[in-house]
Design a protein around this ligand. Structure first.
Ligand SMILES: Cc1cc2nc3c(=O)[nH]c(=O)nc-3n(C[C@H](O)[C@H](O)[C@H](O)COP(=O)(O)OP(=O)(O)OC[C@H]3O[C@@H](n4cnc5c(N)ncnc54)[C@H](O)[C@@H]3O)c2cc1C
Length: 301
């Protein structure tokens, strides 16, 4: 369970005091506000705040004086047009603030998305909890033989058991020493800002992460992709569900044009045209490298 009873009580209290507002409200997002959605073994993602809805995107696109809404079908058509033509600034009018609890090695990938505002839990000031990500057996995979940046089949038998034992034992031992070093009982106690260097990258950290919808879609396009590392993908997938409830028309357009769509190179497009005309195109006659051809066939094959 990622939340303590006190933390859950704070969330319940926040949800039990609704206020009236003149601002745009998304009913789907209101239902999600503050709730923690569990991810991995100790992590979560939850919505702290948001600004705007589907209508706010149209309002900005039309630079309107009112809500910007015409008929819902018009709005959806406009949002799809904006997405199709990479007219991105109206999507930047919507923002979301998330509270995320995640392993440090996932945070290192996540933080590369620079167009967000972040405030992380301070391990100089506070003592980190004894919480480590230990993969489920089916997420404990061997190195991929076809992709240096990926994983293959799940480990099995004695090897799987040995790896799990090491992961648990090493994390526990490092944390024992962390606690012993910062302890002030009978000793000075090492500063927290130094003692933390002994902790492994599967320890959990937390942050508030605020981002606009355009840049969130960019993050989701890369991290909800089937090729993204499983441990960040599960967070991205949870956020996708939240965004679907928040801005259903914008999410629908994103799913269609970006997440489920594909971009073809000029060579790829020429090959598609030749294939439609009945020509048998091969990698050798395509003008593409082997890698490009494999990826191209992954899209159209
Ligand atoms: C499969 C995969 C593998 C990766 N492997 C590695 C790796 O091995 N090592 C590694 O270090 N990173 C790696 N990354 C991270 C990657 O290089 C990007 O840093 C990350 O995906 C963030 O993308 P971004 O810069 O587009 O996003 P953001 O930083 O959120 O930026 C969004 C957009 O804003 C603009 N922008 C933001 N900052 C600037 C800037 N300073 N100058 C100009 N334009 C800017 C760009 O248009 C950018 O696309 C990997 C990412 C993926 C998805």
């Amino acid at each position: 369970m990622p939340l303590t009873p006190d933390q859950q009580a704070e969330i319940d209290a926040a949800r039990s005091t609704p206020r009236q507002t003149l601002r745009a409200v998304s009913e789907g997002m209101e239902a999600r506000l503050y709730h923690a959605h569990p991810v991995l073994d100790h992590g979560f993602v939850r919505v702290i705040d948001y600004m705007g809805d589907d209508a706010a995107i149209c309002q900005a696109a039309r630079v309107s004086y009112g809500r910007g809404t015409k008929a819902v079908s018009n709005d959806e058509g406009l949002i799809r047009y904006l997405m199709r033509h990479w007219h991105s600034t109206p999507f930047e009018m919507c923002e979301v603030k998330l509270h995320v609890k995640l392993p440090v090695f996932v945070a290192r990938q996540w933080i590369r998305h620079r167009t967000a505002n972040v405030n992380e839990y301070s391990a100089r000031y506070s003592i980190l909890d004894r919480e480590f990500y230990i993969p489920e057996p089916d997420a404990l995979n061997a190195q991929s033989v076809v992709n240096n940046q990926g994983r293959g089949e799940a480990l099995s038998g004695e090897e799987a058991a040995r790896v799990l034992d090491w992961l648990k034992a090493d994390a526990g031992r490092a944390y024992d020493h962390y606690e012993a070093m910062i302890s002030q009982e009978g000793q000075q106690g090492l500063a927290r800002e130094l003692a933390r260097m002994n902790l492994p990258a599967n320890i959990y950290t937390q942050w508030y992460w605020k981002v606009d919808l355009h840049n969130l879609f960019h993050f989701l396009r890369l991290r909800a992709d089937a090729h993204a590392q499983y441990e960040i993908r599960v967070y991205a997938e949870a956020i996708c569900e939240m965004v679907r409830d928040w801005v259903p028309a914008a999410y629908g357009a994103f799913e269609d044009y970006r997440l489920g769509g594909a971009v073809l190179s000029a060579k790829g497009l020429a090959c598609v045209k030749r294939m439609i005309a009945g020509e048998e195109v091969t990698q050798e006659t395509s003008g593409m490298s082997k890698g490009e051809w494999r990826e191209f066939m992954g899209v159209v094959g």
